[in-house]
Ligand binder design. Structure first.
Ligand code: ADE
Length: 250
């Protein structure tokens, strides 16, 4: 087990159970998340699942009952690793245990916000091979989360996505709260487009209203643009937004 210790009361602790602890912190050690890790705003403990294997071959997986391709991670090994790291399942457990899998519920910004607000932080289980024996997921009351409708080679990259999304919402990580309040998904809309200098570039000019200095007009234009891109790119979000706001455009 290796860990970067909690450094203070406001530290958001993350524990990652993985067969590849050397993958971490990886990209979470860079830029915004990396600086926050150094500052002790969050902490990372990686737990090597193989350390909980009990047979002489240190096996963590076996062939699936019923046949089929690939290997399944053993319930006894995962059970020992989760209990040791997060405590036994039940009311006394302080942290949600999350298993990243394409079979999980789709991750949303609302779920990210709730997880980032939990003082206990999160415990993340990364699967490899065909997945984890279903019984231990039930017995350990594990929440199953999918980061998108595509299949990765393992849970580690998905875990990094989940952790990154949470860490950037911790107090003191992103400079100002307005930055996260207006961005995509926070209002049920994708974000409006952004422009910077030069005002004219390769025959393309910045929309005039953004140069006007007229804050109310800028606000109205940005809302209209956010609505337009959401309508064009994400009919699912647009339908929800229309239901919530009574917006009349199809
Ligand atoms: N593991 C493999 N693919 C995944 C996905 N899309 N989301 C979460 N975990 C995964």
């Amino acid at each position: 087990m290796t860990g970067l210790d909690d450094r203070g009361d406001n530290c958001w602790p993350v524990r990652v159970l993985t067969l590849f602890p050397e993958m971490f912190p990886g990209l979470l050690g860079q830029s915004l998340a990396g600086r926050a890790l150094e500052k002790g705003i969050w902490s990372l403990e990686t737990v090597d699942i193989r350390g909980f294997a009990r047979d002489k071959h240190r096996s963590v997986d076996d062939t699936p009952f019923g046949g089929g391709p690939g290997m399944v991670m053993r319930p006894d090994v995962i059970d020992a690793a989760v209990t040791e790291t997060a405590g036994p399942p039940g009311a006394g457990r302080q942290t949600p245990v999350i298993y990243l899998t394409p079979r999980g519920s789709l991750l949303t910004q609302a779920r990210v916000r709730a997880l980032a607000a939990a003082p206990s932080g999160i415990t993340v289980l990364c699967g490899r091979y065909e997945g984890v024996d279903e019984r231990v997921l039930e017995a350990q009351a594990v929440e199953q989360i999918c980061i998108g409708d595509y299949v990765l080679s393992g849970g580690e990259p998905a875990a990094m996505v989940l952790i990154d999304a949470c860490v950037r919402l911790l107090p003191g990580v992103v400079g100002n709260d307005e930055t996260t309040g207006e961005e995509s998904f926070e209002r049920g809309l994708l974000e409006y487009p952004h422009y910077t200098r030069p005002a004219a570039w390769q025959d393309r000019v910045v929309p005039e209203v953004l140069l006007s200095g007229h804050h109310e007009k800028v606000r109205t234009w940005r809302l209209a643009e956010a609505e337009r891109v959401t309508r064009e790119r994400r009919p699912d979000l647009w339908a929800q937004y229309r239901r919530a706001t009574g917006h009349r455009q199809e």
